[in-house]
Each structure stands twice: as structure tokens, then as C-alpha cells.
Ligand binder design. Structure first.
Ligand SMILES: Nc1ncnc2c1ncn2[C@@H]1O[C@H](COP(=O)(O)OP(=O)(O)OP(=O)(O)O)[C@@H](O)[C@H]1O
Ligand SMILES: [Mg+2]
Length: 256
């Protein structure tokens, strides 16, 4: 059975998409079968694999509104064992369209995943920077949530906020939802307070914080611009090595 991991944090620009792309590619390089689903209208995960989202016909949104079957939306990527369901820009409100037709609109994504014919070890879902309709649908379907947290002031406050959102989802919709982990991102070894922030987060949330932290590394935005995961674009960069190490930790969680 697939493990469904939501990559979520309502805060913008914290490294959700970089993590979705590069963790997916790293898991595939470790011989796991992976499906990445781009659930953000910005389409940055899709672009990260060189997909022109203005040309996408069969997007995850076409699946959610019942226009196509989920199996028709899957595309292969340049990475062996890694498939993607792309996003596309949408102008009309998806939520209002769906609400007219569905009673339990928060269950739509979960139902669509139930139709998947291919088998995957991991389904990684890149969420938008909000706790709206799309993220709710993902968190209802997910087994765990992986939360990228930028190494900056107020990181612990941000985590406390997210934990309260997760416990609301657990109590109302998905009691099985687990925390895959907090991932410290954009760590800058030259910044004097980055270590302080890391220690603070580890001190308070030790059990749930990944040992791996993702360094600030220019290869990550550069690989993005090239439409490749960093593990392919620059496999020996500090960013690529960190995402491989994260993937190993995620795999180790299966044995917990
Ligand atoms: N480790 C890193 N080192 C350097 N740049 C990074 C790193 N991780 C992400 N970035 C860059 O920071 C920007 C924001 O990252 P990303 O898009 O992954 O964040 P996000 O949380 O998905 O944003 P949004 O909330 O808008 O979806 C991007 O330009 C990305 O290339
Ligand atoms: Mg993003």
C-alpha cells in the first residue's frame, strides 16, 4: 500500500515545493516507486519537472471536478520510477464548482486516490500555502504530514500554529493523520542565529524533527529553473545530498 505524505505549511516560501520535488526524486533514486501530485495552482512542482503548465490538459483539478479519471492524469518524469500528476492555472473557483455537486467535498481527493491503478510506495503531495479546500482534501487523505520550516525567527511559533491545525484535522476528519516530521530548510551555516533556531526547534520538538536539515544552496533554485530535480542536475551538491539523506530518514520511519 502507498504511504501518502502531504508536504504542507500555510506559510509561503518555506521550501514546500523544493522538498516535494527533491524528496520525490531522492526516494525514486533509492528504488522506491513514487507519485508526486502538484496540488498548487502555482504549478511550481510541475514546472520543476519541465512541464509547461499552460499546456496541461489533464491536471489534478480536472480529476477533482470529475472530468477525467485519475489514471489519465499521470505523466512520466525524466526520473525512473517517478510519475507526476501536474497542476494547471485555474481562473474559476474550483471549490464553488465542486460544492454544487458534492456533499462531502473534503473527501473528493481521497476518493480519487482510491481509483489509482498503478502501485506506488509513496505518494507525495505538494500543498498550496494555505489551509483552504485543497489542503484540507489532502490532509484528509494523507497518512502523514511533512512540514518544512524555514530556519528563521518565530520558527517555533510557526510550528505551534501548524500543530494546532493538524490536531483540528485529526479530531474532525482524519484521526490517523501522523506527523512525518518537521524539516528545517534553507539553513545558512554562516548565519549566527540559524544554529540557535535549529537548537530551539530540536529542543521543543525533538521527536518530530528530522536530523537532516536542508542547507541554503543555490543549486536548488538553479535546478528548478532547468526543470530538473537537484539530485539529477547537480548530484553532489549539498542540496542534493541533503535530500537523499532526508529520503533515507523517511524510509527509516517505516521501521519505527
Ligand atoms: N534550500 C534552498 N536553498 C536555496 N533556495 C531554496 C531552497 N529551498 C527553496 N529555495 C528557493 O526558495 C524559493 C521558495 O521555495 P519553494 O517554492 O520551495 O517554497 P514553497 O513553500 O513551496 O512556496 P509557496 O508557499 O509559494 O508554495 C524558491 O525560489 C526556491 O527555489
Ligand atoms: Mg510551493
Amino acid at each position: 500500500m502507498s504511504k501518502i505524505i502531504a508536504i504542507s505549511n500555510q506559510k509561503g516560501g518555506v521550501g514546500k515545493t523544493a522538498t516535494a520535488i527533491n524528496l520525490s526524486a531522492a526516494l525514486a533514486s533509492l528504488k522506491r516507486r513514487v507519485l508526486l501530485i502538484d496540488m498548487d495552482v502555482q504549478g511550481n512542482s510541475s514546472r520543476g519537472f519541465g512541464i509547461d503548465i499552460t499546456l496541461v490538459n489533464n491536471s489534478i483539478f480536472d480529476v477533482l471536478i470529475g472530468k477525467i479519471n485519475i489514471n489519465k492524469s499521470i505523466k512520466k518524469t525524466m526520473v525512473k520510477d517517478l510519475d507526476i500528476i501536474p497542476s494547471k492555472p485555474i481562473i474559476t473557483s474550483l471549490e464553488s464548482y465542486i460544492n454544487k455537486n458534492e456533499q462531502n467535498s473534503y473527501l473528493i481527493f481521497k476518493k480519487c486516490l482510491g481509483d489509482l491503478e498503478s502501485e506506488y510506495d509513496y505518494i507525495i503531495v505538494d500543498c498550496p500555502p494555505s489551509l483552504g479546500f485543497l489542503t484540507l482534501n489532502v490532509l484528509v487523505a494523507a497518512n502523514t504530514v511533512l512540514i518544512p520550516v524555514q530556519c528563521e525567527y518565530f520558527a517555533t511559533e510557526a510550528i505551534t500554529q501548524i500543530l494546532s491545525s493538524v490536531s483540528r484535522i485529526q479530531s474532525q476528519y482524519n484521526p490517523e493523520l501522523g506527523i512525518e516530521g518537521f524539516l528545517l530548510t534553507m539553513y545558512d551555516s554562516k548565519s549566527s542565529f540559524a544554529d540557535e533556531i535549529c537548537n530551539q526547534v530540536r529542543g521543543l520538538f525533538k521527536e518530530n524533527t528530522f536530523l537532516t536539515r536542508i542547507p541554503r544552496n543555490v543549486s536548488i533554485p538553479e535546478s528548478n529553473a532547468k526543470g530538473l530535480p537537484v539530485t539529477l542536475f547537480r548530484p553532489t551538491s549539498s542540496g542534493a545530498l541533503a535530500y537523499i539523506s532526508l529520503a533515507k530518514e523517511v524510509i527509516d520511519h517505516e521501521e519505527r
